[in-house]
Write a protein that binds this ligand. Structure first.
Ligand code: PMP
Length: 386
């Protein structure tokens, strides 16, 4: 047996990056790559952003870790900032997207049990969904992502087509929470219809079911709003954030309203690293940068600029079947193997995300990308298609 020293659960493209700056990554030979990947929507402020580097250095010299058995001022400040700028009344700090989703599912369970609806222990999720890799979040994912070698999964989820008819059919007395990505990322940059999201909200209100948005990928400014659901004008009861909110520092956040979280109490959840001074000082710096004047407007403008350019390419090259997405969360559906497509682009100096369902290549530049960098990336794509 010759198992690799890294557990063989990934199949990495063989490029070794040694450093990054803004929207560029550099390999060992100093060749530069235009980063339209952002570590799968993580490096939202690009690489080596001066404000983040400075925050990390300053905090790193003061204090890395203290336990939640004491107050953590950086976590308190960050929580306050998130609450002031979202629907939420309270937040929990975790270390990844999956953990943020897990926390929200616990909040929902506690709410339904606490309000006496003990039969409402099931979770409604959607075809194409991706919520993580823990056993429970795996069970919430699109069914075809299951590996039979991991059976049995936790049987707490019902997975349906994202349409209001299917949801109406599925909400038996047992559903306590509806978990949905406003824009599916891994599922193929699928933007949920505005009316569907609004109808979901109404249905949840009428039936006292909690609405839980997974904004792990579409949050943190990616779509030109802090949270993707702001485009639609509906608010969730619970929301998960991760990826971009840490800008590369492992950080997950679960946000909730007071009503949803009212039954959570000491010992019902926790995390040794959650709220860590390094993570929460960096997270707060990311949030402040996202909230700085014109930042989100620029994301929207750059997103439109890039999407228009991609549409022009789609007209010229029929291998691109469709251009999808909002802000800088974009995808092209291709008529060829998407993973191979993204790999070839990587070798040519453009990084995109090929590991995506529905034969889509995700295009997720850092939110600080300039028009010039977009032009450069699009030119590499054009050369490849020509
Ligand atoms: N939810 C969504 C929407 C995601 O895209 C991901 C990661 N791709 C997760 C949850 C899981 O996040 P993590 O890998 O940090 O656990």
């Amino acid at each position: 047996m010759t198992i690799s020293t890294n557990l063989p659960v990934y199949s990495p493209i063989s490029i070794n990056f040694s450093y990054g700056k803004g929207a560029y990554l550099y390999d060992n030979d100093d060749k530069h790559y235009v980063d339209f990947h952002s570590g799968i929507a993580v490096s939202n402020l690009g690489h080596a952003h001066p404000r983040l580097v400075n925050t990390l250095k300053t905090q790193g010299e003061k204090l890395w870790h203290i336990s939640n058995t004491y107050n953590i001022p950086t976590a308190n400040n960050f929580a306050e900032n998130l609450v002031q700028n979202s629907f939420a009344d309270t937040v929990f700090f975790a270390n990844s997207g999956s953990e943020a989703v897990e926390c929200g599912l616990k909040i929902a369970r506690a709410y339904q049990n606490g309000t006496g609806k003990k039969n409402r222990h099931r979770i409604l999720t959607f075809h194409g969904a991706f919520h993580g890799r823990t056993f429970l979040t795996c069970a919430a994912n699109d069914k075809h992502k299951f590996s039979e070698l991991l059976n049995p999964y936790i049987d707490w989820c019902d997975n349906v087509e994202p349409s209001i008819e299917s949801v109406k059919k599925a909400i038996s007395n047992n559903i306590g929470v509806i978990l949905i990505e406003p824009i599916q990322g891994q599922g193929g940059i699928k933007v949920m219809e505005d009316t569907f999201m609004q109808e979901l909200r109404n249905l949840c209100d009428e039936n006292d079911i909690l609405l839980f948005f997974d904004c792990v990928q579409c949050g943190a400014g990616r779509t030109g709003k802090l949270f993707a659901y702001e485009h639609v004008g509906v608010k969730p009861d619970i929301c998960a954030l991760a990826k971009g909110i840490g800008g590369g520092f492992p950080l997950g956040v679960c946000l909730a309203t007071e009503k949803a979280a009212q039954y959570m109490a000491v010992g019902m959840h926790g995390s040794t690293f959650g709220g860590n001074p390094l993570a929460t000082s960096v997270g707060n710096a990311v949030l402040n940068e996202l909230l700085s004047p014109q930042f989100l407007e620029n994301v929207e403008t750059r997103g439109k600029y890039l999407k228009d350019k991609l549409k022009i390419l789609a007209n010229e090259f029929p291998v691109i079947e469709e251009v999808r997405g909002r802000g800088l969360m974009l995808g092209i559906k291709v008529k060829t193997d998407n993973q191979k497509f993204a790999e070839e682009l990587s070798y040519r100096g453009l990084l995109t995300v090929g590991v995506t369902s529905d034969n889509v290549v995700r295009i997720l530049p850092p939110l600080i990308v300039t028009e010039k960098e977009i032009d450069e990336g699009v030119e590499i794509l054009k050369q490849y298609l020509s």
